[in-house]
Design a protein around this ligand. Structure first.
Ligand code: TA6
Length: 309
């Protein structure tokens, strides 16, 4: 069973616009509202793959009610802490020529009491889980080391902790040495202070992260696939190209969900990377962010190329 930590869920709004002119009012042609936040997407995909998970995190207000309703409809087990504040919205604006920009709200402020209630629930669920996946930013009030705290508690119980976050939450979380991280090229720059210019540098970065104790560091390279290191070996996944990208939002979350599912099923690193890459690619074929069709995942999995570098 996978424990999904979803501290900063959101109502994701995608507006399609003819253009994104700066300084002018724009009328959206269409709007799509979905239950989002990285952890929600992770739970969607794990469930679509037929694997059990439980979601913990914070939900409040009308948006919180909406997300609970969606999780119920999808038969996703959740026991999130109810908060006084309102769960956030995140806005993505996209044009037909592929331009897009996102506005990510910071999220509500979590009180000390809500934080303690969450931690009690987390400890309880941790005992019943085999692996933890934590995705997304931290809402205000938790402190940048909050993932560090969750990692330390998971380690005390011998449960691998997969962390997918960015900025100072990633930098601080890394200090507590999670099992897995998945920085993209720009997040690697934040972590190491230098730009990745070629594969050799990416491989070197993965070895450095392994040297710091991260058992399975991964670097996502967008359309170029992903690199994963484990026990000194580095694997590259190259997914097949798709005819038409319908919506790429949530691909990284789907990748993490595929990897977590495969690891929880006891797959090898290569096979886990294969399922991860297939889920990331399958997500771009769906209109809704952070969902996959398991039949498409199975077909894409056959076409993902895995090589050891
Ligand atoms: O990965 C896409 C996404 O899940 C969006 O749906 C949006 O909710 C966003 O990430 C939130 O990211 P953050 O890093 O702020 O938690």
């Amino acid at each position: 069973m996978i424990l999904v930590v979803n501290l900063n869920p959101s109502l994701d709004k995608i507006y399609t616009l003819d253009d994104l002119p700066y300084g002018e009012a724009s009328r959206a042609k269409t709007v799509q509202n979905t239950a989002g936040g990285k952890g929600t997407h992770v739970a969607n995909v794990i469930t679509a793959l037929g694997h059990p998970c439980t979601v913990v995190g914070f939900l409040g207000g009308y948006v919180g009610q909406y997300i609970r309703h969606v999780l119920d409809e999808r038969h996703i087990v959740h026991c999130c802490t109810t908060i006084e504040g309102e769960t956030r919205s995140c806005i993505n604006m996209a044009t037909p020529d592929g331009k897009q920009t996102e506005v990510l709200e910071p999220g509500p402020t979590i009180t000390e009491g809500e934080k303690n209630e969450f931690l009690a629930q987390y400890d309880f669920e941790l005992k019943r889980s085999d692996l933890v996946v934590a995705s997304g930013s931290l809402p205000k009030g938790l402190g940048d080391d909050f993932y560090g705290e969750l990692i330390r508690r998971a380690k005390e119980q011998g449960k691998p902790f997969l962390l997918d976050t960015s900025g100072s939450a990633l930098i601080q979380g890394l200090e507590s040495v999670p099992y897995f991280i998945k920085p993209n090229e720009s997040e690697v720059e934040v972590l190491t202070g230098h730009k990745l210019t070629d594969f050799e540098e990416a491989v070197q970065t993965l070895h450095e992260l392994e040297g710091r104790g991260v058992a399975m560091p991964t670097i996502s390279l967008g359309k170029k696939g992903a690199l994963l290191a484990h026990e000194g070996k580095v694997y590259r996944a190259v997914p097949p190209t798709v005819d038409k990208v319908i919506n790429a939002v949530g691909s990284g979350d789907s990748f993490v969900a595929g990897l977590a599912t495969a690891l929880d099923r006891g797959a090898s690193p290569e096979e886990a990377l294969r399922l991860a890459a297939a889920c990331g690619t399958a997500n771009v074929l769906e209109a809704e962010s952070g969902v996959v069709d398991p039949e498409k995942v199975a077909a894409i999995q056959q076409e993902v190329q895995i090589t050891q570098l």
